[in-house]
Design a protein around this ligand. Structure first.
Ligand code: GLU
Length: 288
């Protein structure tokens, strides 16, 4: 059974880049007669914007991107994340670390190619100070649906932060597993995260999903469209025009109909027939 998902972080409203991500994951799920779930990744309150989760769901509904089942909120999942952390700790797959990002960068620069980063904190632990938990390095290898074979080694990423918040890498693996996600179809900007997630899948003994990373939209400055780059919020009152824009990015012809359900159905059939053409490039140039 194909189960896909769209997993936005409520750090602001959807923009064209995130609408594209929603549509692609929706098309791929529907093209496989699968389910399409929505998960709100609200595990990082300092970065979240009040009302954003609600606005994101409204935008999906305004575009007739209806999800299956209930929306899962990561803020409700802390117990499951802690259980995974306890398992990783008892297996010795993660280690406490009190280094700042700067200290680690300096260490890696000084020892690059000469000394592997040790599987523990590079300074003695202060029992009174808070610490983060980091993953020990491991090898990974997988076949990305659109990016081909990816392999190498990764590690030392944070799974639980010093401020006690759970890290995205951990939460996403626990949830994708718990929700039986079979296909993770998301933007190329998250390609770097997949090795980290695969290392956690392996350590936790979970079966990993299939991964596919599609090109992201970049602006004239070569930077991906994002909230940080002030990409404008999607206007829900122009759903058809927004979907036309998405179809343009995917090189899908624009159907005659103005009925949103028919419009999406047509797009889904096109996606099914010609998906490789839709995602040939690494990036999609923003259209003005
Ligand atoms: N929540 C992540 C984001 O909005 C996406 C997570 C994912 O698709 O794995 O960037």
């Amino acid at each position: 059974m194909y189960i896909g998902r769209f997993a936005p972080s409520p750090t602001g409203p959807l923009h064209m880049g995130s609408l594209l991500a929603a549509v692609i994951s929706y098309f791929d799920a529907k093209a496989h007669d699968g389910q399409w779930l929505v998960r709100i990744e609200d595990i990082d309150p300092p970065r979240e914007q009040p009302g954003a989760a609600h606005a994101i769901l409204n935008t999906l509904e305004a575009h007739h991107l209806y999800w299956d089942g209930d929306v899962l909120y990561q803020s409700q999942q802390h117990e499951a994340y802690q259980t995974a952390i306890d398992q990783l700790l008892s297996q010795g797959d993660i280690y406490p670390c009190q280094c700042s990002r700067k200290q680690l960068t300096q260490f890696n620069e000084q020892h690059l190619h000469t000394l592997p980063h040790p599987d523990q904190c590079i300074q003695p632990l202060d029992p009174k100070a808070p610490y983060a938990l980091r993953a020990k390095p491991a090898d990974f290898s997988y076949q990305d649906l659109y990016q081909g074979i990816q392999q190498g080694q990764d590690g030392h990423f944070v799974v639980k932060r010093r401020d006690q918040l759970f890290a995205y890498q951990l939460a996403v693996v626990v949830d994708d597993h718990e929700q039986h996600i079979s296909h993770v179809i998301r933007g190329h900007d998250l390609l770097d995260s997949t090795p980290k997630q695969l290392i956690l899948y392996q350590a936790l003994g979970y079966q990993p999903p299939v991964f596919g990373h599609f090109p992201v939209i970049v602006g004239d400055n070569g930077q991906k469209l994002s909230k940080q780059n002030f990409a404008p919020a999607i206007d829900d009152t122009h759903a058809l025009a927004n979907l036309k824009q998405v179809f343009h990015y995917l090189a899908i012809p624009i159907p005659e109909t103005s009925d949103l359900d028919e419009f999406l159905k047509f797009g889904c059939e096109q996606w099914k027939a010609k998906r490789p053409d839709c995602i040939k490039a690494q990036t999609i140039q923003q259209n003005h």
